[in-house]
Design a protein. Structure first.
Length: 276
């Protein structure tokens, strides 16, 4: 998939991420907190968030630091983030549309640079991380959060298992942009090291993906925010789609105690420093 294809897919997804932004923020708040902790984010800093999507973790980090710059390659995502900041009265966040491997900032501009669940989709990860390091101040921190393996994340594999029963998944290139591109331990750390970071560390983060939504709401969110799922479902008849919906609800039932979502999850956070 080319860089243009990736951007186009996310452009079409932006409206759905806006629709479900409050739920998504709640779901991944523990991961945001882990990223803040491991990247050493604290009061008084300037932080760059690369591939910030609909505004997270930028808007949460803004409560901690002096200033945040939220970027994304997709204009619709940037506008969604800007609108949410205005709605919440957050004034210490700036917004820029740009790609991760071509950041429009001077070298040595930020104390910390982060990306939460974005690095998996960078067309050229080494170039992107190298660029992120360029705009980070000497001695400053870099933090990247990605999904760990699918098999330890029922939030993902339960849906995949059902879909694969109905649609041939085909051959997946493990190095192509996809959610689990850096799920293998050490893979993203290797990219960060190759890009020139020092003191590179890998942290496994375990938490629960929780939100006050039902199985029906869960499937609405998953099927709308994923361009891959939207494309696959669009090729099926209404009866087939209804069958998949029924099977999804049954598959995830155990993770909705009291009709509220609670999936165990595992992520990887890789941190590094810009050499002095």
């Amino acid at each position: 998939m080319t860089s243009e294809n990736i951007v186009e897919a996310w452009r079409e997804s932006a409206q759905y991420w806006a629709r479900h932004s409050n739920t998504i923020r709640t779901m991944f708040m523990p991961l945001t907190r882990a990223l803040v902790e491991h990247a050493g984010i604290h009061e008084g800093q300037s932080v760059l968030d690369v591939a910030g999507g609909a505004g997270e973790p930028s808007l949460t980090i803004a409560d901690i630091v002096e200033s945040v710059t939220c970027t994304d390659a997709v204009a619709e995502m940037v506008e969604t983030a800007r609108t949410e900041a205005q709605r919440r009265g957050i004034t210490n966040v700036q917004f820029r549309q740009c790609k991760a491997d071509n950041l429009p900032f001077a070298s040595n501009s930020f104390d910390v640079t982060v990306s939460r669940l974005g690095a998996m989709f960078f067309p050229d990860p080494v170039a992107a991380v190298r660029e992120m390091l360029r705009v980070t101040k000497p001695g400053g921190s870099l933090g990247l959060a990605v999904w760990a393996k699918s098999e330890v994340n029922p939030f993902c594999y339960l849906v995949t298992d059902v879909i694969d029963r109905h649609i041939d998944a085909g051959v997946v290139d493990p190095d192509a942009p996809n959610a689990f591109r850096f799920a293998e331990p050490g893979k993203l750390a290797g990219v960060v090291t190759e890009a020139g970071a020092s003191d590179v560390k890998e942290h496994v983060v375990k938490f629960n993906i929780e939100a006050p939504i039902s199985p029906t709401q869960f499937w609405n969110m998953r099927s709308q925010t994923s361009d891959t799922l939207r494309d696959k479902l669009a090729k099926l008849s209404s009866d087939e789609q209804a069958q998949i919906t029924s099977e999804i609800k049954q598959a995830v039932k155990e993770f909705f105690p009291a009709n509220q979502m609670r999936f165990p999850a595992q992520m990887i956070v890789v941190t590094g420093k810009k050499p002095v």
